[in-house]
Design a protein around this ligand. Sequence first.
Ligand SMILES: [Zn+2]
Length: 236
Amino acid sequence: MNRREELTAAAEANAGFAPAVVDGIAQKFAWPGGYPIGYIVDDGETLCADCVNDPSNPVHFEGDRDGWLIWGFQVYEGSAEDYDGAVVCAHCGAVLVEPCSPENDEAMAEEAQRTTDRDPSDSDEDKMRRAGAEHGRAVASWYFDGNTDRATYARTLRGIEEGDPEILDTLPSAPLSGEWADEPTPASVFRDVLEADEAEYDERGESDDLLTAYEEAFSTAAADAIEAAARAQLAP
Ligand SMILES: [Zn+2]
């Protein structure tokens, strides 16, 4: 069987998979909506449609769990924030969901703000955690630049995986240190995230865990985003 026949057979055998396949071709985009489609393999990675359709890739739909067994597909309707970072093809590195970038951070911040406003059950700690994570991802997007070489990505990724302090120390941290003029401070996040006034900050700022929640979410999100970016660059 060639790949188109295999895909046709897989769609016939699995009604859940069928919508992703048209004429024996794995679709890049969902219709209606035009959202990107990713194909989930048994190790949890995502493949792009091109890699699924490419007969030189050992993709299969039943049998061994060897990293090429297609389990299904996912339509990515959201932004990178919804998937804990960018979604890229594990084989060719094609970008299915763009990483967070400085340009869309503002739009995302607005969206997050709207979401915050809408959900009254959100605790202050949730709001702080979300704002911290968003800030962390934004800062992480500056960690690498267009000139970063492969060796640097590899060294960074290994350092994060192994917990090497030499790399970990370079990751963004302490976002509220007030080191930079335009960076948030404990008082400004209380004001911006919680809409708390000076007096309320004086009362609560030093004494509770809200700032810790912000800073922890910041560091975790930044490290995750940097790891994801390095991984994406190193994808074979
Ligand atoms: Zn691919």
